[in-house]
Design a protein around this ligand. Structure first.
Ligand code: PMP
Length: 390
C-alpha cells in the first residue's frame, strides 16, 4: 500500500531513520553483482589459493551436482549426508591433524555451533576483542558469561580465567580478518591448559595458508590434535568452495552431531560445495607450494605498500590492510582503485571493532609479480592525501 494512503502507523518508518543516519555517516552499503569475466584485478576476494575457478574444483562441483542433485535435500541427520560429506570430513580431519571433523553449510554456522555446543549458562567464555562476528554471535547465543579481553593478550586471558572453577573456553580467531594478524596460539593454549580451559580457534584465514602445506594455524602452532583444542574453518576461502567445518576430538564432534542447532536444524551442505571442497583439499595436498606462494605474495604486497609510505599491516597470512583516515576516504579509495582496474575490499564501521576504516587487500597464490606491482601502484596513486598519523 502506498505510504500516503496509510491509516495506521508505518511499522517500518524507523528503518528510514536508520538509513538516513547511515547516509550521513558515509556508511551506506550496497550490492554490486560481480561480472563472470570481470576485467578487474581481484585483491578483494578470499580465494587465497586461486582454487575457486580451478578446472578440477569446478569439475568436481558439477560432477557432484549431477550425481547427488543440486541440493542436499535435507538436514545431515535425515537425507543430507552423502559419501562426499563423509569423505570430506575424513580427509579434512586427516589433513589438518585432528581426530574428527564435521562439515556445516557455512563457516558462520560452524562457529555458532562450536561456541554454543561447548558452553552453557554457567560457562565462562573468554573472547578476544577482535574476534569475528560469528564467534561473537555464538557467545551471545550461548548465554554464557562472556569476558571480552584485549586483542591477542594471553596474559589477559589468564587473568579472566584466574579463580574461575567452572567450565571455561577461550575463543579466538587464528588470523584476524580485518588486519590479518595472527593470534599467539601457543601462548593461549598454555594459559588454557594451566586453567583447565578449552581453546576454540577459528582458522578461517589459516587453513590453506598457514602451517606445513597449508594445514592451518593450529598445525603450525603444534596444536593440531591437542585434546583440549577445537578448531573451526571455512571451505569458502582457501578451498574456493562454500561451507564450514569444526575439527577436534571425536567426542566433541559427536557432541556437535547430537546437539549443535546449526547442524541439526540446517539443510546439509550442497553436494556441489562438498565435492568442490574435497577436490580443492586434494589439490592442496598434491601441490603444497600453493600455501607458501600466497604468503610470499602477501609479503610482497605489504613491502610494496609500506615502501610507498602507506600505513599497511605486516601480514601473518594472506590479508594486508591499509588504514584510511575516515570511512568516506576508505570508500572513495576503494572506488578509485576500482576505476583504475583494481578490486579492493573496504572495511568500515560496524565491521571494524576499533572504528578505523581500512582498505583490505588479499593475496592470491596465482598473482604474478607484475600484477603485484600494478596493484601496489594503483593503491598508492589513489591513496587519500591525509593519513591517520598526519
Ligand atoms: N570466521 C572468519 C574469521 C571469517 O572471516 C569468516 C568469513 N568472513 C567466517 C568465519 C565465516 O565463514 P563463512 O563465510 O564460511 O560463513
Amino acid at each position: 500500500m502506498p505510504q500516503e494512503h496509510r491509516s495506521t502507523p508505518d511499522p517500518f518508518d524507523w528503518i528510514d531513520e536508520h538509513a538516513e543516519l547511515r547516509r550521513r555517516a558515509g556508511l551506506v552499503r550496497s550490492l554490486r553483482p560481480r561480472p563472470a569475466d570481470s576485467p578487474l584485478l581481484d585483491l578483494a576476494g578470499n580465494d587465497y589459493l586461486g582454487l575457486a575457478r580451478h578446472p578440477e574444483v569446478v569439475a568436481a562441483a558439477s560432477a557432484a551436482a549431477r550425481r547427488w542433485g543440486a541440493g542436499a535435500t535435507g538436514s545431515r541427520l535425515v537425507t543430507g549426508t552423502t559419501e562426499l560429506h563423509a569423505e570430506l570430513e575424513a580427509e579434512l580431519a586427516d589433513f589438518c591433524g585432528f581426530e574428527a571433523a564435521l562439515v556445516f553449510s557455512s563457516g558462520y554456522a560452524a562457529n555458532l555451533a562450536a561456541v554454543t555446543a561447548l558452553t552453557d549458562r554457567g560457562t565462562l567464555v573468554v573472547s578476544d576483542a577482535a574476534n569475528h562476528a560469528s564467534l561473537i554471535d555464538g557467545c551471545r547465543l550461548s548465554r554464557a558469561e562472556t569476558a571480552v579481553v584485549p586483542h591477542s593478550d594471553p596474559g589477559a586471558v589468564g587473568k579472566a580465567l584466574d579463580g574461575f572453577a567452572g567450565r571455561a573456553v577461550a575463543v579466538t580467531d587464528s588470523v584476524f580478518s580485518v588486519d590479518g594478524d595472527a593470534a599467539p596460539l601457543a601462548e593461549l593454549a598454555a594459559v588454557c591448559r594451566g586453567h583447565g580451559a578449552a581453546l576454540l580457534v577459528d582458522d578461517a584465514h589459516g587453513l590453506g595458508v598457514l602451517g606445513d602445506g597449508g594445514r592451518g594455524a593450529l598445525h603450525a602452532a603444534g596444536l593440531a590434535g591437542d585434546p583440549d583444542v577445537v578448531a573451526t574453518a571455512t571451505l569458502s576461502k582457501a578451498l574456493g568452495s562454500q561451507g564450514g567445518a569444526v575439527l577436534g576430538p571425536a567426542r566433541v564432534i559427536d557432541h556437535l552431531v547430537n546437539t549443535a542447532r546449526t547442524f541439526v536444524f540446517d539443510t546439509g551442505l550442497a553436494p556441489a560445495a562438498a565435492g568442490a571442497a574435497l577436490a580443492a583439499l586434494r589439490l592442496l595436498r598434491a601441490e603444497p607450494g600453493r600455501s607458501a606462494r600466497v604468503r610470499e605474495v602477501a609479503t610482497g604486497l605489504y613491502e610494496r605498500l609500506a615502501g610507498a609510505g602507506l600505513d599497511a599491516t605486516r601480514p601473518d597470512a594472506a590479508v594486508v590492510s591499509v588504514r584510511a583516515p575516515s570511512p568516506e576516504a576508505a570508500v572513495r579509495w576503494a572506488a578509485d582503485c576500482r576505476g583504475a582496474g583494481l578490486a579492493a575490499g573496504c572495511f568500515r564501521p560496524p565491521s571494524v571493532p576499533d572504528g578505523i576504516s581500512r582498505l583490505r587487500l588479499t593475496a592470491r597464490a596465482d598473482l604474478t609479480e607484475a600484477e603485484l606491482d600494478a596493484a601496489a601502484a594503483t593503491v598508492t596513486r589513489t591513496a587519500p592525501p591525509v593519513r591517520p598519523d598526519a
